[in-house]
Each structure stands twice: as C-alpha cells, then as structure tokens.
Design a protein around this ligand. Structure first.
Ligand code: PLP
Length: 440
C-alpha cells in the first residue's frame, strides 16, 4: 500500500477512495457502486451531487465565504436562523450555529445552565441523561453519553452526570407492559432528581429515537409525555438531541413531533446540511432566551466557524430543497415501505430479532435465538460481519449498539437518503437479503 498521511478510524483497515456520488449512490476508484444505505452517518439526506445545492454554494462563495460572528452578521446566517424558527416546533425561535452535533449538544447544555444562572439559580448545573445514548464526542457531550466504547479511554476526565434507563421495550417489555415500562422510566427520572436534588439539575437530555447507541430505538407515544411531566414538576429543562433524527429523517420534520412534546432546547446537525458542509445548531425557545435577553445578553460559547456564511447558505439551500421536493413525506411513505420489507425478511431470517424505527430511520437488531432473544457471542462480532457482508454487496449500513452496558444488543441502522424511490428501496432490500444469507 502507498504511504498515507491521513489518520483513519482503524489504521490497518483498507478504506476505498470514493471518487464521486450521484443520488443515493457512491462510486469508488475501482468503479464499484455502493448504495448509501445509511447516508454515511445518517447525514447525506438529500443524496449526492445535487445541482441546486452546488449552485447555491457557488453563489455564496462569490459573495463572501467567511466573516467572524463577533464582528458581523450575514444575510445567509440570518435567513437560515429564520428558516429554522419556521420549521421547528413551538417557539424554538433562536439558533446558535456551530459545526458539529457534538458542539450543538454541548452548546445546548451550556445554554440550559446559563438559563438558570440568569434566573439566579446558580447551583442548577447537572444534566440528567440516559445511559443508552450518544450525544457527541467532545468532553461535555461525551459526559452526557453512555456509549461505552467511545467513553472508556477518557472515563477519568468525564463529568459524572446522573443517568437513567432508556426505553428498550424489545428487551424490557417481556415481563411488563409498555405502560408499566414507561411508568418505570418516569419514576427513575423522578428518583434521580430527588437523589441529586432538583436545585442541582439544569436539564434532562434525550434523543427522540436512539441512534448509534440503540439502533433506532423508538419510544411509545406516551413515553416523552411522562418524562416531560416529571421535568416540568421539578423545574428541569428538556433538551431534545435531534442531531440524527432531525430534518425529515423520521418522517416528520423533527423526531419529537411524533411524541407531541416540544423541547425547551433542541440540538440539530447532520441532515441540516445533508453533509454538503459542516453545520449544526442549538435551537433555543423564547422561554429560555428571555432571561438571557433581559440579563447578561451574552451567550458565552462559540467557535471560529460558527454561523459561517458559506455553511449557512448551503444549509438553507438543503432545507429549501427538502421542502420543495416533499422529502419529509417521502421519508414517511418510503420509510414505512422499507420497514415493511425488512419485517418480511425478518420472518424468513434466523437472526433478525427486532425491526423498529420511523420514517427512513429503520433499526434491525440481530439475535442468536429469536425465541429467547439471546445475543450472539461477543467474539463473533456479528455487527461487523453484517456491515462487511453488506459492503461486499455494495450496500452501506450503519453499525449500532443497544443496551445498558452498550453491549447487550447488536443492531444496524438503515437510513438511506430521503430522496430514495420505491424501486431503489427494493434494490436496497435485495442487497440486504443477499448479505444476510451470506452471514447466516
Ligand atoms: N447527537 C447524536 C444523536 C448523534 O447521533 C451524533 C453523532 O452521531 C452526535 C450528537 C454528534 O454529532 P457529530 O458527530 O456531528 O459531532
């Protein structure tokens, strides 16, 4: 192999070089075609090589590509913030732009803490999260996440925030009903608040549907209503981490819309620019902004590239494209079709234990025994095998873990671009079926 100067995720693994992409397909330098069945890391949600986005990027770069947010604002950033306030639920009207989902959740955390400080409650500084969660890789975001593999090297440096269980009905609901599970999760939140003291807790953070740490784990219709009720009773803000589920992925513009709960702060990223440029946002409600606007008037966070006009113009073009082509609806319709097809496969398959998710966010959990739900031996590395077998077939799928210990469940996520057609879903499912047979 020729010498490389690039640090890659696994240093002795071979990574084909992608030369170009078109629609849901990617092509490598050997001419092999791949269906981007997970939109990368659930990101490339309008597919590759979309001319309207390329034109918008060129247009903005002719005007200006960078100004510093502490000196100027730009039409691109202002318009993007306005657009987000229009598409976000409730009065989530204020956007703080950053460059990654990790920065978005971390900014959301900081703004939640600041909210209470501005109201004179300076001890409210802890965040309750669910152990089965992933909120990002930077230290603050990782402190709020339970993703074992990503935490273990840095455990000593992480803030020890209180954490509770996330809904995992496939394994939890066997010995009790879903309502009983939800009541248990809400009671756990309440107990944790009482244990730590409500005066020390700023916010509860949760993904509407759990991605990397759960494989599209989906709560019941009541779960978030119950959790939000506890938050309200104890004066705790609710942060929804929509970095993976936002912008049409689950068949609604934002994942929380399925559950009729409006967060106080929302983090979004990934699909917001569909990967055409790095941008993410902490989106803040009027309620949370009010004491800040009447108080210090400074949100003490930010990055050199925050509100970058080039990224803002690109993201705005992506959001307009999603609206113009009804991609949220396509996600709902073709997502239901995809989930149905995978459920048909599951009936034949010896190893598909659970198929879950909403819209084009479909999780598939694998088990050694479908009756007992026994997991595969760790040494088998089943998720990796499934990812590799799909790769061979020219289908990209996203690996996920599920379970309190980060190990008990083996899952993958199917999340193709929201532009996918019914015929393309059929092609994806055919490849998935072949890969599965090769593993079984
Ligand atoms: N939050 C969620 C729910 C995510 O899925 C991710 C990434 O997978 C992040 C935060 C972190 O985003 P990023 O990788 O852009 O920093």
């Amino acid at each position: 192999m020729t010498r490389t100067y690039l640090i890659k995720p696994v240093l002795d693994h071979h990574y084909p070089a992608i030369t170009h992409g078109e629609g849901i397909y990617l092509y490598d330098s050997q001419g092999k075609q791949y269906i981007d069945g997970s939109s990368g890391a659930v990101t490339a949600s309008i597919g590759h090589g979309v001319q309207e986005i390329i034109d918008a990027m060129a247009e903005q770069s002719k005007k200006v590509s960078f100004v510093y947010r502490s000196q100027f604002t730009t039409e691109a950033a202002e318009q993007l913030a306005k657009k987000i306030s229009e598409i976000a639920p409730g009065n989530l009207n204020w956007s703080f732009f950053v460059n990654s989902g990790s920065e978005a959740t971390e900014t959301a955390m900081k703004i939640a803490i600041q909210y209470w400080q501005e109201k004179g409650m300076k001890t409210k500084s802890k965040i309750i999260s669910r152990w089965m969660s992933y909120h990002g890789i930077t230290m603050g975001a990782l402190s709020m996440s339970g993703h074992i593999q990503r935490r273990e090297r840095f455990e000593l440096m992480l803030e020890s925030y209180p954490s509770i269980s996330a809904p995992y009905y496939y394994r939890d609901a066997g010995h009790r009903t879903i309502t009983e599970c939800d009541d248990f999760y809400a009671q756990q939140l309440e107990k944790e608040i009482l244990r730590v003291g409500k005066d020390h807790i700023a916010a509860f953070i949760a993904e509407p549907m759990i991605g990397a740490a759960g494989g599209a784990l989906t709560p019941s219709d009541e779960y978030f209503l119950k959790m939000k009720d506890v938050c309200d009773r104890y004066e705790i803000l609710f942060i929804a981490d929509e970095v993976m589920t936002g912008v049409g992925r689950t068949g609604k513009m934002f994942g929380m819309e399925h559950f009729n709960v409006i967060p106080d702060i929302m983090a979004t990223g990934k699909g917001m620019s569909a990967g055409y440029t790095p941008i993410a946002a902490a989106v803040v409600s009027d309620k949370v902004m009010e004491p800040i606007l009447n108080g210090s008037k400074i949100v003490m966070s930010g990055h050199t590239f925050s509100a970058n006009p080039q990224s803002a113009a690109t993201s705005l073009a992506v959001l307009n494209y999603i609206e113009k082509h009804n991609l949220v609806e396509n996600s709902a319709v073709n997502g239901a079709y995809l989930k149905g097809k995978i459920r048909e496969l599951a009936e034949e398959s010896e190893i598909i234990g659970d198929v879950r998710g909403k819209g084009l966010f479909v999780g598939v959990e694998f088990v050694e025994n479908k009756l007992t739900k026994k997991t595969f031996d760790r040494g088998l590395d089943i998720v990796n095998k499934i990812v590799e077998a799909n790769f061979e077939e020219g289908l990209l799928v996203y690996p996920a873990n599920a379970g309190e210990d980060g190990l008990t469940g083996d899952a993958i996520i199917l999340a193709p671009p929201l532009t996918i057609t019914k015929e393309e879903v059929d092609e994806l499912v055919r490849k998935f079926a072949v890969a599965l047979r090769n593993v079984e």
